[in-house]
Design a protein around this ligand. Structure first.
Ligand code: GLP
Length: 246
C-alpha cells in the first residue's frame, strides 16, 4: 500500500486524476470503478476539467459504480445514478452503454447482483477502483462485519452510515435502510485501488485503515493486503497517524 499525505483537497484530486489519466492514456479502453459521496465531487470536477482541457476522451472507457440504494429510482435526485449523471456522465463524452450501474429497483435483487458480477468479469475486471471511506471504515457499502469474501449483494446500512449520508436527504428517515454494493472481494479483485479521504472527520477511519489489525471489524484494513492500493489523504485526515508528517 502506498500512502500520500498532501496539503488539501485540491492536491488530492490533482494526484488522483494524474494517476487515472496516466492509465487512460496507456489504455483508452480502461475499466473504471467509481464511488460517490462528498469526497468524490471535487475529483469528478477535476476529471471533467482536465478531460476538456487536454482533450482526453472517455468514449472507450467503461465505468462500474460501487453501490446504489435499494428502492430509489435512477431519476430520484438522491440516487447514486443521479449523482453520477449530475457530477460526471452528463459532462463528458461517454456512451450510455459503457455506464454500468446497479439497479436498486430491480425485481430480483439477487439476480441484479449476479448480473453485475458477470458484467464486470465479462469486461475483464476493474482496472482502477476509486474509493471513499465511511467514518466506520466502510468501503462501498460494506459495513463493519462484512465478510472479506463478500461479492455484490444487498446490505443493511448501519445507523452511523445513514446518519452521515443524511446530509444529502431532506431528513434522516428518508435515507434508505438497504443498499446494493460490490463486495469486499469484488473490490479487492480490482487491479488498482485508490482511496481518497480528507478532513478531520475521516482521521480516525484513516488511522484504523493503516494501523489496526486487518479484520472484518474495520473493512478498509483489507486494502493493506492489496498489492496495488494507493491511499491519498490530506493533513487533517492524517492527523491521528503517530509519525510526524513534514
Ligand atoms: C457512502 C458511500 C461510500 C463513501 C462514503 C463516504 O456511504 N457508499 O462509497 O465512501 O459514503 O462519503 P463522503 O465522501 O460523503 O464522506
Amino acid at each position: 500500500m502506498e500512502l500520500y499525505v498532501l496539503n488539501d483537497e485540491e492536491e488530492i484530486c490533482k494526484r488522483a486524476s494524474e494517476i487515472i489519466f496516466g492509465d487512460i492514456r496507456r489504455n483508452p479502453r480502461i475499466i473504471l470503478g467509481f464511488a460517490t459521496g462528498s469526497t468524490m465531487i471535487p475529483l469528478y470536477k477535476r476529471l471533467v476539467e482536465i478531460s476538456k482541457k487536454e482533450n482526453i476522451s472517455f468514449s472507450e472507457v467503461h465505468t462500474f459504480n460501487l453501490d446504489e440504494y435499494v428502492g430509489i429510482s435512477a431519476n430520484n435526485k438522491n440516487s447514486y445514478r443521479f449523482y453520477m449523471e449530475k457530477n460526471f456522465f452528463r459532462k463528458v463524452h461517454i456512451p450510455k452503454e459503457n455506464i454500468h450501474f446497479l439497479n436498486g429497483e430491480a425485481k430480483s435483487l439477487i439476480n441484479e447482483c449476479s448480473r453485475y458480477e458477470k458484467e464486470i468479469k465479462k469486461l475483464g475486471g476493474i482496472d482502477i477502483q476509486i474509493l471513499g471511506i465511511g467514518t466506520n471504515c466502510h468501503i462501498g457499502f460494506n459495513e463493519p462485519g462484512s465478510s472479506f469474501k463478500s461479492r455484490t449483494r444487498k446490505v443493511k446500512l448501519s445507523r452511523e452510515t445513514r446518519k452521515a449520508n443524511s446530509k444529502f436527504f431532506s431528513s434522516f428517515n428518508k435515507v434508505p435502510k438497504y443498499a446494493l454494493t460490490m463486495g469486499i472481494s469484488t473490490i479487492m479483485n480490482s487491479k488498482k485501488i485508490i482511496l481518497l479521504a480528507f478532513g478531520k472527520d475521516k482521521s480516525e477511519a484513516v488511522k484504523k485503515t493503516l494501523t489496526e489489525e486487518i479484520s472484518e471489524k474495520f473493512p478498509s484494513t483489507i486494502l493493506r493486503r492489496h498489492k496495488n492500493s494507493i491511499v491519498i489523504v490530506d493533513r487533517n485526515a492524517a492527523s491521528k497517524l503517530k509519525w510526524k508528517i513534514k
